[in-house]
Design a protein around this ligand. Sequence first.
Ligand SMILES: *Cc1c(COP(=O)(O)O)cnc(C)c1O
Length: 444
Amino acid sequence: MDKWLAKDLKYNWHPYTQMKDCRAFPPILIERAKGIKLYDNHGNFYYDTISSWWCNVHGHNHPKIVEAITKQLKSLDHVLFAGFTHKNAISLAEKLVSIAPGDLKKVFFSDNGSTAVETALKMSFQYWHNIGKRDKARFVSLDAGYHGDTIGAMSVGGVNLFNEIFSPLFFKSFKAPSPYCYRCPMGKDRGNCQIDCVNALEDILKKHSKEIAAIILEPLVMAAGGMIIYPKEYLSKAARLAKKYGVHLILDEVATGFGRTGRMFACEHANVKPDFICLSKGITSGTLPLGVTLITDTIYKAFYGDYKNKKTFYHGHTYTANPIACAAALASLDIFEEEKTLENLTEKSKLLHAGLEKFRALSIVDDVRQIGMIGALELVKNKETKEPFGFEERIGLRIYKEGLKKHLILRPLGNIIYLFLPLCTKTTEIELILDKAHRILTVY
Ligand SMILES: *Cc1c(COP(=O)(O)O)cnc(C)c1O
């Protein structure tokens, strides 16, 4: 084994990785990146088809972002964000409020997706506390949702293979069935359904709204749960229910934010007005960690008052609003305008859609899902019965290894193979990636 990799395995413990597997199948040592390509120490390249865990937007090392970061480093690296502020955080907050959907007027910075979610959960909880409705202390979420790996975020996520072991640590939350059309919880299909699954959410709210602070959802795409793309009608109905039953709506756009679904924010497809939006992954176009929670004025005001009234939000993270990360985010938002990133997505999205539809004919591909630059294929053992591949068959891993040989990163989510393409991916590259992926999956 290469001496760097030997040392890697000696010292590093990688996330979501059974380290024993690494002896036979060590990680790939990446030395540089450009556009949508990652280059390893042997000069091989890989198309970054999953945007380096869903965060790259404009391609790696975009010169404009590199310049913004370099420039910022020369003047101010970091400063605490309590008692101090800086122009990048001010400009970025102003910009985010100007592009945010609905009535989101305040920005609370943190440093990753899980913290952006924890912030929203704690704020919602304390909002009800501050206005004297102290029974409203629980959350509703979807049973295939994912909101991060910290204990609070896991508590409102679905319970699955990855986090089941920690479930004794979770706080109790209500779980509604997910609008997973391919495996519909109501046994229907889109032809004969009136979004019936949302009734289960309403039942929970009808019974328990007095104890519920908020509903938390990933709008339109339940990403880590299997790139489950659901009808926008579900989201608008859920938003209406939140209003009707007097609970907050927290939208977790950590994965879907910044253009991934074809609009700047996924909730724009359904025209909903959330009380909170959580952002992170794409915010700096995959260069530096940054988290943001956007909040309405109504919520903000419930915390505003004399010190002695104890309404203050005592919460914060050390690297909150890091000036270099904010500089990267500002540059990324400028690129959206200069390169007309969103305008260019319409054609790319159509191409991705048409290309993926062709995978339906393959013997192991049953459901095909797509929105914006996200596409997913659900692999099954038997298309008649929708029987999934077993956990031990590791079909995803087998395809992943084949993908790497063809320069693709087809990192599976269980039995789902997906693309989560950087928005800058060119139409010719989309065609090439789809062609390679098709060849790989044809073999099975
Ligand atoms: C990745 C993700 C998170 C967690 O973000 P981290 O930065 O990994 O903590 C939260 N919500 C959603 C929807 C995500 O996809």
